[in-house]
Design a binder for this molecule. Structure first.
Ligand code: IMP
Ligand code: MG
Length: 178
């Protein structure tokens, strides 16, 4: 589908499923190389990153674990800048190699918050993987170790990303059409 409508908005296809999947295989390959022998813990940031995390995880061939946490900062199509911690970190991260799996880094508010919270658990190392990155929206200095695609400041839906809770089930990524 080239164009879709969710509630009051129309979206046009931006990154097709085939491109997403091919890029994830490349990212997982890099992670396999970097993290082999380190038995990393992957932290999937719910809700948006659940599909990305699943697809990365299926392509890992190293010893590893996954755990989930949930934060929220978006309302409608804009970041509120105020992060809500909805489900905390339950895994033991002390002295572990941690890889955060995020759907998108926009302002970077969530990334900064996550890094700060995870550091309190005294991991050995924290790496950050994000499927999408909006460099022009970034308000903080955040080091991203693995980025799927750099994207402009458009509002995106699909493949885990939502518009007011909807659109996460789409296999492709769409952007808001004018
Ligand atoms: P940040 O804190 O501004 O970097 O925003 C990060 C969070 O906002 C992401 O984890 C997403 O859940 C959400 N978000 C940012 N940009 C978009 C978008 O274009 N579409 C849907 N959700 C987004
Ligand atoms: Mg997210």
């Amino acid at each position: 589908m080239e164009r879709i409508t969710i509630k009051d908005k129309t979206f046009a296809i931006n990154i097709p499923e085939s491109k997403i999947q091919a890029r994830i295989i490349e990212l997982a390959g890099e992670i396999n190389t970097d993290m082999r022998g380190k038995s990393p813990v992957f932290l999937c940031v719910l809700n948006g990153a659940f599909l990305f995390a699943a697809d990365v995880f299926k392509n890992l061939d190293i010893e590893c674990e996954i755990s989930f946490l949930r934060v929220s900062s978006y309302e409608g199509t804009a970041s509120t800048g105020h992060i809500k911690n909805l489900v905390g970190i339950s895994a033991s991260l002390k002295d572990r190699h941690v890889v955060i799996l995020e759907d998108i880094v926009d302002t970077g508010d969530t990334a900064i918050y996550l890094l700060q919270e995870i550091k309190k658990h005294q991991p050995k190392e924290i790496r950050f993987a994000s499927l999408l990155f909006k460099p022009k929206a970034l308000r903080h200095e955040v080091k991203l170790d693995y980025v799927g695609f750099e994207v402009p400041n458009d509002f995106l839906v699909g493949y885990g990303l939502d518009y007011d809770g909807l659109g996460r089930n789409l296999r492709d990524i769409y952007k808001l059409a004018e």
